[in-house]
Design a protein around this ligand. Structure first.
Ligand SMILES: Nc1ncnc2c1ncn2[C@@H]1O[C@H](COP(=O)(O)OP(=O)(O)OP(=O)(O)O)[C@@H](O)[C@H]1O
Ligand SMILES: [Mg+2]
Length: 310
């Protein structure tokens, strides 16, 4: 396959729900053979975008191209080359895990052995002959991933694939996803609300905020942009924020009351701590930490990814 081809490409993609624009002129470029992390907080428009990519809903404007061809007109052909997992996997609870995979195998016209392979990849061999209705959430998620990856599709589109998995399960899936492009030449598009998670697997990233794509590029470029972050708990909070602002540091308030400052290094942390305490502010916690998606949002949009509850 031509290395310069975008396996997924959207131009001016728009989807509205009533007055809400859930997807607002999104232009995605997902190169062949990459792992693309599609990041954004709850309600940002990730699932809606993915449903548009899969032709599950229609855009109000714009275009989706998969494998270089418009989805309109080539949907069947493109989706035959694509495995997907969107929100809850659609599984038959009254059938076993193996039977669920068998149905998909027949539909996709894949060889018999692909079922055993898919079960092995997500480590469900032992539970394969149990009814899916008796599966735990994590087991269902694994089976959903097995369905998505059955028969090694060229493109995998996964909406929050580690949903419902425990830390060991998350790690396994991460290792698995990471191995796919090299081993099978797959392109993987996966959504997440955790930067830390995407960072560990993705080569490329897109960040969506309230329907808009606010960043797209290589993971390395994103890493460069974020810098270390500072987390502060102080009272009174408003006074602390004001003081930080006076010192030239923009902060956002997280839901749990902590203040986040992007782009503060060790020296800045020490200086700010002194300043706050000297101003008579009670500081109960002040720590440098790896930047999170919230910090990146703070830098890119100046709002920390906060949204009004709707
Ligand atoms: N069928 C629908 N009808 C009305 N509003 C919808 C519908 N689907 C999504 N929305 C709205 O569109 C916005 C984007 O939703 P979407 O599910 O795409 O977000 P998300 O990024 O996947 O969030 P999460 O991380 O919570 O899964 C939200 O405000 C949501 O309420
Ligand atoms: Mg979603």
């Amino acid at each position: 396959m031509n290395g310069s081809v975008n396996i997924i490409e959207t131009r001016g993609l728009v989807r509205r729900f009533g007055a809400l624009t859930a997807v607002d002129r999104i232009d995605l470029d997902v190169p062949a053979g990459c792992i693309y992390g599609f990041l954004g907080p709850n309600g940002a428009g990730k699932t809606t975008t993915i449903r548009l990519l899969l032709g599950l809903i229609r855009p109000d404007a714009g275009e989706v191209r998969l494998f270089g061809k418009p989805l309109r007109g080539f949907r069947r052909e493109s989706l035959a080359r694509t495995g997907s997992l969107v929100e809850q996997p659609s599984l038959h609870p009254h059938l076993t895990g193996r039977e669920n995979l068998e149905i998909v195998r027949i539909l996709r016209r894949r060889p018999r052995k692909s079922v055993d392979k898919a079960l092995a990849v997500v480590r469900l061999e032992k539970e394969a002959d149990r009814l899916v209705g008796t599966y735990s959430l994590g087991m269902r998620q694994r089976l959903g991933l097995a369905v998505a990856g059955l028969g090694d599709p060229e493109l995998l589109i996964l909406d929050e694939p580690t949903n419902g998995l425990d830390p060991a399960g998350i790690r396994e899936i991460r290792l698995l996803i990471r191995s796919l492009p090299g081993e099978l030449g797959m392109t993987v598009f996966l959504s997440s609300h955790l930067l830390s998670e995407v960072e560990q697997v993705a080569s490329h990233a897109g960040i969506v905020d309230r329907g808009r794509l606010v960043f797209q590029g290589k993971m390395a470029d994103l890493a460069e942009m974020k810098g270390p972050g500072l987390e502060i708990r102080a009272r009174p909070r408003d006074k602390a924020r004001l003081l930080l602002a006076e010192a030239g540091y923009e902060s956002v308030e997280r839901d749990d009351g902590a203040l986040l400052v992007a782009d503060a290094d060790e020296a800045a942390a020490a200086a700010l701590a002194r300043r706050l305490i000297e101003a008579g502010i009670d500081v109960s916690h002040l720590a440098l930490r790896r930047a999170t998606l919230e910090d990146v949002f703070l830098k890119m949009t100046g709002n920390g990814g906060e949204r009004s509850s709707s």
